[in-house]
Write a protein of this length. Sequence first.
Length: 449
Amino acid sequence: MTRTFKTPPAEILETLIDRCLKEGATAADCSLGISEGVSVDVRDGKLENVERSESQGIALRVLFGQRQAHVSGSDLSDDAITAMAERCVAMAKAVPEDKFAGLAPEELLAKDPPVLDLEGDGEIPIDRLESDAIAAEAAALAVDGVKTVSGCGNGWSRTERWVAASNGFSSYLSGGSTGLGLAAVAERDGAMERDYDSWSVRKMAHRPSPEEIGRTAGERAVARLGPKKVKTQKGVVIYDKRVAPSLIGAFLGAISGPSVARGVSFLKDRLGEKVFAGGVNVVDDPFLEKALGCRNHDGEGLPVERKLLIEDGVLTRWLLNMSSARQLGLEPNGFASGGFGSIPGVGTSNVHIEAGEKSPEMLMKEAGKGLLVTDMFGPSINPNTGDYSVGVAGFWFEDGAVRYPVSEVTIAGDLPSMFARLVPASDLEFRGRRNAPSVMIEDMSIAGN
């Protein structure tokens, strides 16, 4: 990051907090962040668009007793800082009380958070971004059956963030990433199908070559040509590792402290019980090497560590910030998100379902026949009951082998029983903040013809 400040960011935040306290605030926390990045789009082997972004922002949360308010802006001048403090304190005095609001006690704060190396490649030259994107597009177009590439983009970004609070906590974290992805369109007999491949990583060395990314997207699109429908039935569904992480999202929503406190979770009475099948582990790891969701403290300054959310099938904990912990009468456990200038939510870092012992092919062979899901559209989940349905596309398999592509299919079930029947495969791959191997779930409702 090439930007310089007349006043160091840590001093700006310290000044902002001091002015809030002088205005009568009980407590305050704040953050200052800057980011920059470049993205390019190519089409037909030529550069189509280049976009550079640079931004800075400062956010403030003020507490006046049990009342709280938050504001944000981009002006870092002394006059703007003074005005921000005055306005936010005035707002906090006027809003209704929240009996669960408050900063984390000093004794719970992370002491000497570990230093994390989250740096990316830095500024990647535009001609390199362009050439890689063109190479990926060309590789997709070279796949027999691919008609066009509907979009191909490449880019990099870098961020820095300083945080501070009146309870004495302060921290700094920076990081970078790069991403390359494209969508290929295949055609046969006038009918077209679309699929994609995309990678977001810390450094270019952590992803496949542009040619491999393009070829994968093209081959996926061609494989979907000529889809058939399937008969409505009960059967085995295998979620490909690209879509299996969506089940993690549903699970995390159900163990969110605020949801449990409001009673709107289908797992609200299941803490300490077996929720998944025996042998299944779900892990949150804030220090996972090369991962994009790493952090060295949570959104309220509490320490974080690798934790099992599901251990041998058993639900071990809720995801708690200070507010939801107070509501539930529990201790916070390092899962606050956001915060420092805004009201903290809850969230994880890098979550994954641990790999099983059998490959997806072995699971298909054991199942005999069923549906392999590779794409999903608009899942519907009832948070109170866990009733679940989603439109999908993918492939029908029989005798343990893929037979033909399918589309216009809906699968349905209820998440509590789906989790209990979930069998993870061995093909775990870390691609994002939520990762899972392919997973097999028996006795799903498959709605087709």
